[in-house]
Structures are given as structure tokens and as C-alpha cells.
Design a protein around this ligand. Structure first.
Ligand SMILES: [Zn+2]
Length: 138
């Protein structure tokens, strides 16, 4: 589970352009998507690659190789990077908001330490399937 934060080289992940805003997005596991869909039994996923759109201005969260899209309205998770507010969640493993990350060095250090120890669940809890730390303000 912890390899989301260290060993996975971004170059090895497949990319595909978002059918709505057109930018290249990274592949995401179907096992990640079903943990964020509202009533996933009503939205059977196809046997194909899916991608995560990380553009804050785009309503699409996931899309398939066949250009089918899953908008944020179809999810039960509020996707932090699609929100412009400071209370948007950016670490789903420990519930850290954007303003916590900017103003609370203790919360920040906690996330960095847990991630280093592999005590995180980004691959499942983060809708992008990738490490929460990459979304932290630098
Ligand atoms: Zn998009």
C-alpha cells in the first residue's frame, strides 16, 4: 500500500488526455475509484484503463480509455483539489485540510513522518490513488 509514496515512478504510469479539458492525466486503479463512487454497484466499471483528472477547474474526476467520464457529482468523496477553499481536504489518510497544511507545522510533520513509515492509505483514500504529500503547498 505504501508504494504510492515512494517507488512508483511517474514516468511508468500511463497517461491519457481528459475528454473535457484535454490535458494529460495519470492512470488510476479501478480499486481506487470504487472506494470513492457513490453507490458503486450502480456504476459498473469497464475492463479498461481509467485516469484521474487533477485540473481544479474541470468537473471530471475520472475518465476511461473510451472517454466515458465520472463527474464529481457521482462521487461520495469531496475531491479537495477540485475545491478552491482552504478547508479542502488534501490528506485523506489523516484528514488534513489545505489550511492545516499551510498553518500547522505539527500536522505537516505528522503526515511526512507517517508517509515515510508507510503508515498511509493514499492508494485507497486519496481519490487520485497517489501520495497526499504531492498536493501539499510547498
Ligand atoms: Zn479534466
Amino acid at each position: 500500500m505504501s508504494d504510492c509514496c515512494s517507488s512508483q515512478k511517474p514516468e511508468k504510469i500511463k497517461r491519457h488526455s481528459c475528454p473535457v479539458h484535454g490535458q494529460l492525466c495519470l492512470q488510476v486503479a479501478v480499486s481506487t475509484i470504487i472506494h470513492h463512487l457513490k453507490s458503486p454497484w450502480e456504476y459498473p466499471l469497464k475492463d479498461q484503463a481509467y485516469y484521474f483528472c487533477d485540473d481544479p477547474g474541470c468537473d471530471v474526476v475520472y475518465f476511461g480509455e473510451d472517454d466515458s467520464v465520472i463527474n464529481k457529482q457521482l462521487l461520495r468523496t469531496v475531491v479537495g483539489i477540485k475545491q478552491q477553499t482552504d478547508d479542502a481536504v488534501i490528506c485523506y489518510c489523516f484528514g488534513v485540510s489545505k489550511s492545516d497544511a499551510m498553518n500547522n507545522p505539527v500536522a505537516n510533520a505528522f503526515v511526512i513522518e507517517q508517509t515515510k513509515q508507510g503508515v498511509c492509505a493514499c492508494a485507497t483514500r486519496n481519490p487520485s490513488g497517489r501520495c497526499c504529500l504531492k498536493d501539499f503547498p510547498k
